[in-house]
Design a protein around this ligand. Structure first.
Ligand code: MEV
Length: 307
């Protein structure tokens, strides 16, 4: 056993297909490697139980007494059970650059970083599919009926074409493209957003399935555009996807406004990303317009912006 180990995991953005992916349609997502969650595990005289330290929340709790739904404890327990190993006398410190509850996969990134660090400390480097499966168990505790796209794109740290219940397809981005990511500052609660869509779909199944089918077609077309380096074709697909997300009730006037402002400032396509009802907007922007799009989104109230 090594004395000290650190592992990390990226955030993610869903390019197309959030929500419809829960209903079996394809979606595509890419990692955000510049925004990460980090976990550090080191030996500590903790009398046999792992100490979980959240640097961001300024909280320390022993794994022994942490409640089942505690997000750090849940993934630590899943990982130890998978490895069939007891809790080590160590401390695990977690910190993250990702905004919480914003559609950028903060929860899954935390889980993946912890599973990797704890396993590595105990002498095992986990494969992406192993760490993804462990994080998925924790996603189920917090999100009810997750599709699995967040844990997958974050564990593989590669662009994924994802259909629920199927092995992810990693695909190649032919030409680089640039996204401005802007945080509305409004918390996005995935569980509630997914539940809201489910309730509205139960009331109008045919209408909602038509929306979901179209979102699936958009995801397929977007994958083709990206694989062919045809970024001009990607922009209208993102715009249409945002309109459909509005139709299913997961946008907000604040998100619509950020989308409109980004397009006025030169973005060719923009949409909310993730569960919506808050969280982040992505804007497809050519390199020469990045500064003006960022400035316009900040002036329109975005609390944080990244490229
Ligand atoms: C959340 O990042 C994406 C949703 O589609 C939920 C899910 O796929 O589990 C809203």
């Amino acid at each position: 056993m090594v004395n000290k180990i650190q592992r990390s995991a990226p955030g993610k953005v869903i390019l197309c297909g959030e929500h419809s992916v829960v209903y079996g349609q394809p979606a595509i997502a890419v990692p955000v490697s510049g925004l990460r969650a980090y976990a550090n595990v080191e030996a500590a005289p903790t009398e046999g139980s792992l100490q979980l330290i959240s640097r961001d929340l300024n909280e320390t709790i022993s794994l022994e007494v942490a409640p089942p739904e505690h997000p750090l404890a849940a993934i630590a327990r899943e990982t130890l059970a998978y490895l069939t190993l007891p809790s080590p006398a160590a401390s695990l410190t977690l910190w993250s650059e990702l905004p919480i509850a914003s559609g950028l996969g903060s929860g899954a990134a935390v889980s993946v970083a912890i599973a990797r660090a704890l396993a590595a400390y105990l002498g095992r480097e986990l494969q992406p599919q192993e760490v993804s499966a462990l994080a998925y168990e924790v996603e189920k505790i917090h999100h009810g009926t997750p599709s699995g796209i967040d844990n997958t794109v974050i564990a593989y740290e590669a662009p994924v074409y994802f259909v629920k219940g199927q092995p992810p397809e990693i695909f190649v981005i032919k030409e680089p493209f640039y996204l401005v990511i802007a945080n509305s500052g409004i918390p996005s609660a995935t569980k509630q957003a997914v539940m809201g869509v489910r309730n509205r779909r139960n009331a109008k199944p045919e209408e909602y399935d038509t929306y979901f089918n179209r979102m699936g077609e958009i995801a397929n077309a977007a994958r083709t555009a990206i694989e062919q380096g045809d970024i001009a074709s990607l922009a209208p697909l993102l715009n249409e996807n945002h309109s459909l997300l509005r139709e299913i009730g997961v946008s907000l006037p604040e998100l619509d406004r950020l989308v409109a402002v980004a397009k006025n400032a030169g973005a060719t396509g923009a949409k909310l990303t993730g569960a919506g009802t808050g969280g982040n907007v992505i804007a497809l922007t050519s390199p020469e317009n990045i500064a003006s799009v960022k400035a316009a989104m900040q002036a329109a109230g975005a609390t944080e912006v990244w490229t």
